[in-house]
Design a protein around this ligand. Structure first.
Ligand code: AMP
Length: 510
C-alpha cells in the first residue's frame, strides 16, 4: 500500500491528461508528472542513498514543484515533512532536527534565511532549491520502480504545535491518508476528470493532503501564479480554467464571498469550496450560500486525524426547509465514514445527547502517534481513541457542534497559534512579570492575538521587536493590554475566560 500508486495508475491510464498547471497554463501531463517523480526518486535512492522511511522535508511556498516532490518521496518509499513556509527559521530548524530530515527542498526566497542554520543538522545530507541546476540534474537521474510500503508505514510527518509550544510530529501513515481520500469521495465530494483543485491555501497542510483525490481521478492541479490566496485571481481562474475545487479556511471563504458580492462576478466556475480548520460564523456561511449557491462543504479535522473527523454535506447546507437547518449549519456535521466520533466525559464514558464534553475519534484516519514522543502519544491516544482537545456536543441525529477549544488555540486567518508559545517569548523581556495571551474574535481574521502583560518599563514596541526575533510574524500579538494583575483561580491559574469577558465588554468586535 503506497499512496504513490494513485499516481502510477493515473499516468498509466490517462498519460495525456493535463496534471499540473501554473495559473491557467498547463505545464505537465500525468505521464510527465510520473516520469519526473520516478527520476527524482531515483536520485534520492541512488545518488543520495536514502533508505525507505527516511524523511524528506519541504520548506516551500506553494509551487508547481510541490506535487512532484511529494510524489517522488513516496515513489522512493520515503516520508515527507512539509513545513509551514511562514515559520521563523529557528522554528524550521527545530522541526528539521526533530524529524531527522535527510534532504531538504527549500524555495528560493526562503533559502537565504535558512542556509546559516543548516550546518547544525547532522542528519541533513543535501538541500535543493527547485529550478536550480542541481535540481535539474536530479531530474535527469535514471528512474526507479515505485517502492512498496506497508499500510502503517509513515507517509507524512505533520508538525503541529503543542500547548507546550514545542511542535510535535504527527505520524500520518499511508493507511491514514488513503482513508482520508476515501472519505473525501464518500463524505465531501466526488471528483470528475475535468475538475481542478486550486491550491490557494498552503500545500504543507490540508490543501496539499487533498491532492490524492484529484490524482486518483487524473484531474487537474492548479497552483495560482500568486502562490496563495487572492480572491480576484481565483475568480479569474474560475472563468478561464473552470470547475475549481478548493480547501479554504473560513476567513478565506469570507474574503472570496465579499469579493464576489461586491464585484458581481458569476460563481459558476467554482465547483466546490471545502471549508474548515477553524470556526465558521453562521452569518458568514449564510452570506456565502446566498452569494455563491450550494457549493460548500464543511470538514472538521486535525493533524492527528487529517481532514477526517466530521463533514457537513453540501445537501445539508442547502436544505433550508429542514426544521433544524439553523442548528445544522452551525454544526460541523456528522462523523465521516471511516471514523467513529463520540463526545466523552473525563473518564471516557459517552455523554448523553446534547451534553458538552471532549470530542474523541477512532478509526482508519487516526494517526499512528507522535514522532519519537511516547508520552504525548499516550496522552492523546487512550484506549484506542484520539482525544482531540476540542469540546463539543452531539445531537440526536449525530450532528456535532464544537463549543470551545480546550487547548485555547487561537486560529487567526486559518493558522493555529498556541498562546503558550507566544507567552514564552514575551516572558523573555526582563520587564515582563506575567503574561497571558488569548484570541479576540475579529471579523476579518476569525481571531487576533491579544496579550495581557503585567510588568514595568516595557512597551508594546519592545515586545513586538522581541517577537520578530523569535517567532513567525503571524503569531505576534496585534494588541497589548498592560494590566496591574491577571485574574486567577484558587490554584493560581490564569482565568483566560475572565480575560475574554474583559475584552468582550471593552470592545465587542464581532
Ligand atoms: P490542525 O491540527 O492545525 O489542523 O488544527 C485542528 C484544530 O482546528 C481542531 O482541533 C479544531 O480545534 C480546529 N478546527 C478544525 N476544523 C474545524 C471546524 N470545521 N470548525 C471549528 N474548528 C475547527
Amino acid at each position: 500500500m503506497n499512496l504513490v500508486q494513485m499516481l502510477v495508475r493515473a499516468a498509466r491510464v490517462h498519460p495525456e491528461r493535463p496534471a499540473v498547471w501554473l495559473g491557467d497554463q498547463p505545464l505537465l501531463d500525468y505521464r510527465a508528472l510520473a516520469d519526473r517523480a520516478a527520476r527524482l526518486a531515483g536520485h534520492l535512492r541512488g545518488e543520495l542513498g536514502l533508505r525507505p522511511g527516511d524523511r524528506v522535508a519541504l520548506v516551500m511556498s506553494n509551487d508547481v514543484a510541490y506535487l512532484e516532490l511529494l510524489q517522488a518521496a513516496w515513489w522512493a518509499g520515503l516520508a515527507v515533512v512539509p513545513i509551514n513556509a511562514k515559520l521563523h527559521p529557528r522554528e524550521v530548524e527545530f522541526i528539521l532536527g526533530d524529524a531527522g530530515a535527510a534532504v531538504l527542498f527549500v524555495s528560493d526566497d526562503l533559502a537565504a534565511d535558512l542556509q546559516p542554520l543548516l550546518g547544525g543538522l547532522p542528519a541533513l545530507r543535501r538541500a535543493f532549491t527547485p529550478g536550480d541546476p542541481a535540481y535539474e540534474t536530479a531530474l535527469a537521474a535514471p528512474s526507479v520502480a515505485p517502492a512498496h510500503r506497508a499500510p502503517d508505514d509513515l507517509a507524512w510527518l505533520f508538525y503541529t504545535s503543542g500547548t507546550t509550544g514545542r511542535p510535535k510530529g504527527v505520524m500520518q501513515t499511508h493507511r491514514n491518508l488513503y482513508a482520508m481520500t476515501s472519505c473525501y469521495f464518500i463524505d465531501v465530494d466526488d471528483v470528475q476528470a475535468d475538475d481542478a483543485i486550486v491550491y490557494a491555501a498552503p500545500m504543507s497542510h490540508g490543501a496539499g493532503m487533498y491532492n490524492f483525490a484529484f490524482v486518483a481521478r487524473a484531474a487537474r492541479h492548479i497552483v495560482p501564479a500568486s502562490g496563495g490566496f487572492d480572491p480576484a485571481e481565483l475568480v479569474a481562474l474560475s472563468q478561464s480554467v473552470g470547475r475549481l475545487c478548493l480547501f479554504a479556511a473560513p476567513t478565506m471563504v469570507k474574503r472570496l464571498v465579499d469579493h464576489i458580492a461586491a464585484s458581481g462576478a458569476p460563481a459558476g466556475g467554482f465547483k466546490t469550496l471545502v471549508y474548515g480548520g477553524g470556526p465558521m460564523y453562521v452569518e458568514d456561511i449564510q452570506a456565502a450560500l446566498a452569494t455563491m449557491g450550494p457549493r460548500f462543504v464543511q470538514i472538521y479535522g486535525q493533524g492527528e486525524s487529517p481532514m477526517t473527523i466530521t463533514a457537513l454535506a453540501r445537501e445539508t447546507l442547502d436544505e433550508r426547509t429542514h426544521p433544524r437547518w439553523a442548528e445544522r449549519i452551525a454544526s460541523v456535521g456528522v462523523a465521516q465514514t471511516l471514523v467513529e466520533v463520540r463526545v466523552a466525559g473525563p473518564d471516557g464514558q459517552t455523554l448523553p445527547t446534547g451534553e458538552t464534553g471532549e470530542v474523541v475519534v477512532r478509526g482508519e484516519a487516526v494517526m499512528a502517534g507522535y514522532w519519537r514522543n511516547p508520552e504525548a502519544t499516550a496522552q492523546a491516544l487512550r484506549d484506542g481513541w484520539l482525544w482531540t482537545g476540542d469540546m463539543g456536543a452531539m445531537d440526536a441525529d449525530g450532528y456535532l457542534t464544537l463549543k470551545d477549544r480546550s487547548k485555547d488555540v487561537i486560529i487567526s486567518g486559518g493558522s493555529n497559534i498556541y498562546p503558550r508559545e507566544v507567552e514564552e517569548v514575551l516572558l523573555r523581556h526582563p520587564g515582563v512579570r506575567e503574561v497571558s495571551v488569548i484570541g479576540q474574535p475579529d471579523p476579518e481574521w476569525g481571531e487576533v492575538v491579544v496579550a495581557f502583560v503585567v510588568g514595568s518599563e516595557v512597551t508594546a514596541a519592545a515586545l513586538d521587536a522581541l517577537c520578530l526575533e523569535h517567532i513567525a510574524r503571524f503569531k505576534r500579538p496585534k494588541r497589548y493590554h498592560f494590566v496591574a494583575e491577571l485574574p486567577k483561580n484558587n490554584y493560581g491559574k490564569v482565568l483566560k475566560t475572565a480575560l475574554r469577558e474583559l475584552l468582550h465588554k471593552e470592545e465587542p468586535t464581532c
